[in-house]
Design a protein around this ligand. Structure first.
Ligand code: ADP
Length: 495
């Protein structure tokens, strides 16, 4: 009972929200429940009224032979009187089925019930005053009439409570009275069977009315749920749109600021270089030269950071423009490996490169490809301890694209940190602990550039075992597809 009540309240609240907006909240809870129950009742009444003509047609088709032969062979006044009441009841019910919306709900229901009772009373009169059994058998009156009325009411008239009872109770009462009186025309067992049949129909009718109500409640609940879901989706779309707008505004701000910072920084770099080189005369104090060098190195670090911020902002704001040209992935990667070879060597790291020499050219932004490779390689060198290995693979993938894979034997990245390091400015705990230089922008830039090429980025790492980063460019970027041969030229990178 309570969940049912809550469901009704929820639906009513929702419907009220839709109907009256926020002001609807001022309505009392009991008022809402009444409002909902009323709306169900109206719907049930409408279903009943719509089904009226079909129900009447069915009853007439089944019972017309009984009716006609009874009237023709009538021996008492009860038969034509019963037929008259049935006719009036059915005709008035048909008229009411068309005009009920003009009446108040309660009046319409009572009128329908009254007409059903009139109709049922007609059948009761008919069955009690039937002509002799040689014209129409007793069974037809005692059992067939209730079955026909009950069956048609079950199919078409169970939408309003009491409709079936109004039809069948007069027959039931007449049968019960006949049974109680002595010397009646119908045999006892036929009357008992008729009473049982009517009781069974009344029970079934009650169950069907209940399940119709349940069905309506569930349907209303489903409608309310769909409306809630649609509202939630609209909210989340709006929130996402706002977040995207804010992100764009942030990226635009960073791009503008970074650009503004570069101009004075270039002056700092230029003048500190002049001072370090003592181009305009020697420093009287030697320390000034060291200061000038520090200023220059710090300026360069700052410039690197600003460039990274600028790149990432442009990528996120969709303002990074790829300069696409045919290029050899293997050549670009090899050049970057040679560039960083000295750094790796000085840290005691061996760098291996394996490239497929038959790779066809691809259409890509070569500067972006170099930036991707340099970022991945400098990370590998930065985090791999002395004595470790770095292997670089460049080749074709079975799907038709090309890949670069950088694998190191460094400390690896804990699984829970991978989502963090892929965020802007995200740094792993190891980098923070070892105070490694870095801004946490390298991998997001790599990911962004790869995405702009329509490629895929993946990172596999196990703590204590090393890290492997793979980027794949799609087959649409390969210019002259050649049959794939899984052949890699393996060379140690040398200066
Ligand atoms: P950073 O400039 O700080 O290196 P990145 O975005 O390139 O920024 O890397 C983010 C973090 O990812 C690093 O701080 C480090 O914790 C982790 N990381 C990246 N590459 C490796 C690697 N090869 N081995 C271990 N950790 C790595």
């Amino acid at each position: 009972m309570i969940p049912e009540f809550n469901r009704l309240i929820a639906r009513a609240r929702h419907a009220t929200r839709l109907a009256f907006g926020a002001g609807g909240a001022a309505l009392s809870v009991s008022g809402l429940a009444n409002w909902t129950a009323r709306s169900f009742d109206d719907e049930l009444l409408m279903t009943f009224a719509r089904a009226r003509p079909k129900a009447i047609l069915l009853q007439l088709i089944i019972l017309l032979p009984v009716l006609c032969s009874s009237v023709l062979g009538a021996t008492s006044f009860g038969v034509p009187m019963g037929a008259f009441l049935i006719g009036v009841g059915l005709a008035a019910s048909l008229v009411l089925a068309d005009h009920w919306p003009k009446l108040r709900h309660r009046t319409a229901v009572n009128s329908f019930l009254g007409l059903e009772a009139l109709h049922g009373f007609g059948w009761a009169l008919l069955s009690q005053n039937s002509p002799l059994p040689h014209i129409v058998p007793d069974m037809a009156f005692a059992v067939f009439i209730p079955v026909a009325l009950g069956g048609s009411a079950l199919v078409f008239s169970s939408a309003i409570k009491g409709a079936m009872a109004a039809q069948l109770l007069p027959i039931l009462t007449a049968n019960a009275i006949s049974l109680a009186m002595d010397g009646h025309r119908l045999p006892n067992d036929t009357l008992c069977l008729s009473i049982v049949v009517i009781g069974f129909f009344l029970y079934l009718g009650g169950r069907i009315t209940e399940s119709t109500r349940d069905h309506l409640t569930i349907r209303a609940e489903k409608d309310a749920l769909i409306a809630d879901l649609e509202q939630a989706k609209a909210h989340s779309d709006e929130a996402r749109r706002r977040a995207e707008e804010l992100n764009l505004a942030k990226s635009r701000f960073l791009a503008t600021m970074s650009h503004e910072l570069r101009t004075p920084l270039n002056a700092i770099l230029g003048f500190s270089e002049v001072m370090e080189a003592e181009l305009l005369g020697r420093h009287r104090v030697k320390a000034y030269r060291a200061y000038a060098r520090d200023i220059h190195e710090s300026g360069q670090m700052l410039l690197g950071l600003i460039d990274e911020v600028l790149d990432l902002s442009r990528i996120e704001a969709g303002r990074y423009e790829l300069v696409e040209e045919p290029c050899q992935l293997a050549d670009s990667v090899s050049e970057c490996a040679h560039l960083l070879h000295m750094r790796a060597h000085s840290r005691g790291i061996v760098m291996m490169i394996m490239v497929d020499p038959d790779l066809p050219p691809i259409l890509a932004d070569e500067r972006a490809l170099r930036q991707i490779t340099l970022n991945l390689l400098s990370n590998a060198i930065k985090f791999t301890p002395a004595g470790g290995d770095i292997s670089i693979r460049v080749g074709g993938v079975p799907k038709g694209g090309q890949f670069i894979q950088v694998t190191d034997t460094g400390p690896g990245i804990p699984a829970h940190e991978i989502p963090i390091i892929l965020e802007s400015f995200g740094r792993g705990s190891l980098a923070v602990k070892r105070a490694e230089q870095g801004s946490g922008l390298g991998l997001p830039i790599v990911r962004g550039l790869v995405a702009m090429h329509g490629g895929e980025f993946s990172i596999q790492s196990r703590e204590g075992e090393g890290t492997s980063v793979t980027i794949t460019l799609p087959k649409e970027r390969v210019l002259t597809p050649a049959p794939l041969r899984p052949r890699l030229n393996r060379t140690q990178v040398a200066a």
